[in-house]
Design a protein around this ligand. Structure first.
Ligand SMILES: Nc1ncnc2c1ncn2[C@@H]1O[C@H](COP(=O)(O)OP(=O)(O)OP(=O)(O)O)[C@@H](O)[C@H]1O
Length: 785
């Protein structure tokens, strides 16, 4: 059989174990240290299993899974088919052995749990030590990192300031060099200017001398000019004298005609003399002109020389001014250079001190680096330690996983055995729940206590005693919840049954009891987290588990439907427009069972649900549609049987497995004596219909209990609907709810008797509806609609 069990938390496992033990009526066997037994691969045979309290059970020994398998595969032998006594004895013997086997498994599991706890503790302490060590190391590492960071930052800032200082020093040196160069160039230009000045002074001197010379020449030329003018005037005087002579001569010509030839000769000679005088005059004029020109030239030269001199003097003045500026600049430069020299000296001093600082810091850095290296080595060592510890933890985790695996396997086996026992028992399980007194006066003890619980170890949690008309009637069921049991306590006991629906079983849980005894409270509960009843809690568990099974490849599809049977009529509580026509019985719903034992109600609204919220809103809708009324026994009495059906289709992609489970949760209408109910009219009709269907239910139960050939399932809608649960292959649990009031003692007695009958009913073996995907192609396909 494929596993239908999922790994649970150890806590849940413990609870499940507890519930199994309680359900089976075991007392907790004294815990033995089975660790050694586990390590030896079993060992339950080294010591006999403790016997059930109060009874001397034979010691059965199990050394391993083979023994269990052997036990499970054992076949019943009887003298003949009708040797019921022999078969019953064999059966009870077999059940005892199975119980011993379960005890052995429980002990084995205890051992596993103990070892798991031990390993967990070890892992926790290792983890804690490791975390502490890690925290210390990381703290030290952080400190070192911080110190290193600080050092690096300081070093960086110092380097930065040093670089800045260096840059400033370089700038200062550069500016100093520039200043020096400028000063040198100024000095050079000053030298050049001095030379120029000297040269210009020399030139000026030369020009003054030249000027003096030119002035002398001019003076001489003026003197020469005046002498030439004197000579010219002399010549003019001579010329006038010569004219007088000519006129005398001419006068003498006549007189001296004779002497004229002589005189002509004289005249010619005189003429020649005149010509020569004229030419010498011309020559003198030319010379004079030349001299004038020369004077003019000399004057121009002189003017030029004067201009040059003026220019030179101006230049000299400019140069002197420049020289003064340069001298001033040179003086300033030398001052600046002095300042710069002082600054440079100061910089050099700062530099040398910073150099020293850098050296100190470098030394500190070297020390820090050394420390860091040391820390690195320590960290590496720690990491190695950590790795070792990790490996140890891994090893421990592997061992834990193996232990968990073994626990899961043991759990699977235990569940298998549990299912086997239930299958062997083959009857409906019955839980009894006693509701608390509702009014304070009752609970204050004014009401006579008619219900008590046996204190014997054997019946603890399973027995209930009812005092009716002074007579004590004792009953025993699979579980009895007293008035103090919470909704949670109740659900814990049946969570495994609900889980079966996900595993592909048909599960039916119904609440039976007198009106006002707490059926609706048990099934639906009340608003509020703690007050929730079995229906909401079952759905929460189913959705939660189906989600967690997704990781194992399971995908579930769920469909919900809700109906009520009111006055022998089926009503669809989720019908979109639940109209008055329907209320009036307009629509007829028919119940059908197929060969697979699947029940369908024609035309019933079926809604796909994906979350608890979906179902909660549907439940709210249904509760508004449900027929309730006020009775003498209950303010809000359910006047119909409420049937909630959840069809679960599961498929596993990875394994190809498919399951089809059904969860039927039924809140029956309360049984009520007509005389006591005081009902009239419609209420009376309702009560009669309820009583009729409940009596049909008891007829069915009696027929099954008596092993009758004919079971009257069709006598009522309720019994026909419940047929697969009562006579088929489903896992069925009945809640018998009882009131604690003395006034209800008679009703309570009836309910408890009915429940005992139900508990004795053998309805068959619950079968899981599962098939692999390969076979799903055949005609035997699971219906998903
Ligand atoms: N275990 C309980 N703890 C507290 N209150 C309870 C418990 N059981 C029932 N009650 C209260 O008792 C009253 C009757 O309960 P409930 O309506 O569940 O009875 P019923 O069996 O469904 O009745 P009917 O058959 O008339 O519908 C309600 O007020 C309910 O809250």
């Amino acid at each position: 059989m494929a596993s239908s069990l999922t790994p649970r938390s150890p806590h849940q496992k413990k609870e499940n174990l507890g519930s199994l033990r309680r359900g089976m009526g075991y007392n907790a066997p004294p815990r033995r240290n089975v660790l050694s037994a586990i390590n030896n691969g079993g060992g339950a045979n080294s010591e006999p299993a403790p016997s059930e309290a109060g009874s001397e059970a034979p010691a059965f020994e199990f050394s391993g899974r083979e023994d269990v398998d052997r036990l499970l595969n054992e076949k019943m032998k009887g003298k003949s088919k009708n040797d019921y006594k022999g078969r019953t004895e064999q059966m009870s013997e077999y059940i005892k052995r199975l119980r011993a086997c379960i005890r052995w498994l429980v002990e084995l599991e205890d051992g596993y749990l103990a070892e798991q706890e031990k390993l967990r503790g070890q892992i926790d302490s290792d983890n804690a030590r490791h975390a502490e060590f890690e925290a210390q190391l990381s703290g030290a590492l952080e400190e070192l990192k911080a110190a290193n960071l600080e050092m690096t930052t300081r070093c960086d800032s110092l380097e930065e300031s040093l670089n800045k200082e260096k840059a400033a020093r370089l700038l200062a040196v550069e500016s100093y060099e520039k200043e020096r160069e400028e000063r040198e160039s100024a000095e050079a230009s000053r030298d050049v200017l001095t030379v120029d000045l000297e040269r210009v002074t020399h030139e000026a001197k030369r020009f003054s001398e030249q000027l003096k010379m030119v002035q002398d020449t001019n003076k001489r030329l003026q003197e020469y000019n005046s002498s030439l003018q004197q000579y010219n005037s002399n010549l003019q005087a001579d010329t006038s004298k010569n004219g007088e002579i000519i006129s005398k001569l001419q006068r003498e010509k006549s007189a001296m005609m004779e002497a004229m030839t002589n005189l002509k000769d004289l005249n010619n000679s005189m003429k020649n003399q005149l010509d020569s005088s004229m030419s010498s005059q011309k020559e003198a004029i030319r010379v004079k002109e030349e001299l004038r020109k020369e004077v003019e030239c000399l004057r121009a030269d002189l003017q030029q020389v004067r201009e040059d001199r003026d220019q030179s003097v101006a230049q000299l003045n400019t140069l002197t001014a420049e020289l003064a500026t340069y001298s001033e600049q040179a003086r300033k430069s030398s001052k600046d250079s002095e300042l710069l020299r002082i600054k440079a000296a100061a910089f050099e001093e700062t530099c040398s001190s910073q150099q020293e600082q850098i050296e100190t810091l470098q030394k500190q850095l070297a020390v820090a680096t050394e420390k860091l290296k040391h820390a690195d080595v320590t960290a590496i060592e720690a990491m190695t330690g950590y790795e070792t510890q990790k490996e140890t933890i891994k090893d421990l985790e592997e061992r834990l996983a193996y232990a968990e695996f073994q626990i899961i396997e043991a759990d699977k086996l235990r569940k298998k055995l549990h299912n086997t026992i239930l299958e062997l028992k083959g009857n409906i399980r019955v839980f009894c729940r006693v509701r608390p007194f509702l009014s304070d006066s009752d609970s204050n003890g004014q009401e006579e206590a008619i219900i008590s619980y046996p204190s014997s170890v054997e019946n603890a949690g399973r027995g209930i005693d009812l005092l009716n008309q002074g007579q004590k009637c004792s009953f025993s069921y699979d579980k009895v919840f007293d008035h103090s049991a919470s909704q949670d306590d109740v659900f814990v006991e049946m969570s495994q049954l609900v889980q079966s629906a996900l595993d592909g079983y048909k599960v039916c849980i119904f609440a039976y009891g007198q009106t006002g005894s707490g059926k609706t409270y048990t099934m639906m509960g009340k608003p509020g987290r703690d007050q929730k009843g079995i229906i909401p809690r079952s759905l929460e568990q189913i959705f939660k588990t189906s989600q967690s099974l997704e990781s194992q490849g399971w995908k579930y599809c769920m469909q919900a439907s809700m109906l009520e049977i009111y006055n022998e009529t089926i009503r669809d509580l989720l019908a979109p427009g639940r109209s008055s026509s329907e209320m009036a019985g307009g629509k007829q719903y028919t119940i059908k069972h197929d060969s697979q034992g699947n029940t369908t109600v024609s035309d019933l609204t079926t809604t796909n649900v994906f979350s608890t919220a979906d179902v909660t809103s549907l439940l709210e809708k249904a509760s508004h549609s449900r027929s309730v009324g006020k009775t003498q026994m209950n303010e809000q009495s359910s006047r119909s049987h409420f049937v909630f059906t959840l069809k679960i289709f599961g498929s596993n992609e990875s394994t190809g497995q498919q399951v089809q489970g059904v969860l039927n949760l039924i809140d029956l209408a309360g049984s009520e004596r007509l005389t006591k109910s005081g009902a009239t009219g419609d209420r009376l009709k309702e009560t009669q219909a309820i009583n009729k269907s409940l009596s049909a239910l008891s007829d069915v139960i009696f027929a099954i209990a008596k092993n009758d050939d004919h079971v009257p399932f069709r006598n009522s809608k309720l019994t026909y609907l419940l047929q697969p649960c009562l006579g088929g292959d489903s896992k069925t649990l009945m809640f018998v709810n009882v009131s604690p009031e003395a006034s209800s003692a008679g009703e309570t007695l009836c309910s408890l008797r009915f429940a005992s009958r139900v508990n004795a009913c053998e309805i068959g073996v619950a079968r899981r509806q599962t098939q692999s995907k390969s076979s799903s192609d055949n005609s035997n396909r699971l219906s998903y609609g």
